[in-house]
Design a protein around this ligand. Structure first.
Ligand code: MTE
Length: 315
């Protein structure tokens, strides 16, 4: 990730999670949920309310980062390398119609329409911390379904060990994918991957919304993954393919700078990135830095997945 000067957000740009949607908007959202686009025939534009039930057990008790900050301070290199490029340019992305091909080592490969994915299981809201390897973090109320609910449907074979996520490749919609685009650094399309047990972990969220709304384009519409105990770059945006594999899949940042970005990339305050200390972080909207927690605060739930691994190594 390139070094860019971060925009400073002040404390008044932070909003209480309970306040970002009024009761009335929640009711509209809930009503819309029963009228999902596939059924109504209408497109689902970003910004439309999206109802979901808060999963309290898996949600942080912290105020959410202000919506305005979470949607204007983004990393989405398909739109450029500056934090405000995605918000400025993401109108060129068309999130409907959209399909996600789920294949590879599965018994029931299938190409899902986005609206079918929305109906896989009841939408949940989860308030997670998102920690970027650049040393900033946010608290975001995401909306989605456990990735496991999709993976179980396609029935991974006994040989499947990893899951690869691929972002849309379309230079007409993503200026950053055009040849010669200034700052274009990655080998497109953006790909990421998880081990199958990480992908099946209950915290791993297939995400279609945030802050009670359909996912804004700059945050990875219409569908992304969110893996809260890993650095943010593991959470691939605008996914068109989910493939189960036997071998560890190559990933975009690891290919670009293997000495800087590993496959696992669990948040770890004890292991610095060559350019950024990981010991502390700054929540967007706060002034002071705070200590970074192992596994981004989710150690109780995920540390067992890495038993026996030397976590100081860049895998
Ligand atoms: N996915 C794609 N396709 N392209 C990207 O550039 N950036 C990653 C991740 N997913 C990225 C991506 C990084 S570095 C981070 S920190 C998060 O998205 C940022 O998510 P946000 O903009 O919703 O906060």
């Amino acid at each position: 990730m390139l070094i860019r000067r971060a925009r400073r957000f002040t404390s008044n740009e932070i909003t209480d999670a309970k306040l970002y949607l009024s009761r009335r908007e929640w009711m509209i959202g809930a009503a819309l949920l029963t009228l999902l686009p596939g059924e109504s025939g209408a497109a689902t534009p970003q910004g439309q309310p999206l109802g979901a039930t808060r999963n309290e057990a898996l949600s942080l008790r912290e105020p959410a980062t202000k919506f305005e900050a979470a949607t204007t301070y983004n990393n989405f290199y398909e739109f450029g390398v500056n934090k405000d490029d995605p918000a400025r340019l993401a109108h060129t992305l068309t999130p409907r119609p959209w399909t996600v091909q789920v294949d590879g080592l599965v018994h029931k490969p299938k190409t899902y329409d986005i609206d079918e994915l929305l109906r896989l299981s009841p939408l949940e809201e989860r308030v997670y911390a998102l920690r970027c390897v650049e040393g900033w973090s946010m608290v975001v109320p995401w909306i989605g379904v456990p990735l496991a609910s999709l993976l179980r449907r396609v029935e991974p074979t006994g040989q499947a060990k990893y899951v690869e996520f691929t972002t849309l490749l379309d230079p007409r919609q993503f200026p950053g994918q055009r040849a010669g685009f200034f700052g274009s650094t990655l080998d497109w399309p953006y790909t990421e991957g998880l081990r199958l047990d990480e992908a099946l972990h209950p915290l791993t969220l297939l995400t279609v919304g945030m802050y009670g709304q359909v996912l804004p384009n700059q945050n990875g519409a219409p569908i992304r993954v969110v893996v809260p105990w890993k650095y943010g770059f593991k959470s691939a945006k605008s996914i068109v393919r989910i493939r189960l594999t036997r071998e560890q899949p190559p990933t975009a940042w690891n290919k670009a700078a293997p000495q800087e970005y590993g496959f696992y990339s669990n948040v770890n305050p004890a292991v610095d990135h060559p350019r950024w200390s990981q010991a502390t972080e700054r929540r967007i909207g706060e002034f002071r830095r705070r200590p970074t927690l192992p596994f981004n605060g989710y150690a109780d739930q995920v540390a067992h997945l890495y038993a026996g691994m030397d976590l100081r190594k860049l895998y």
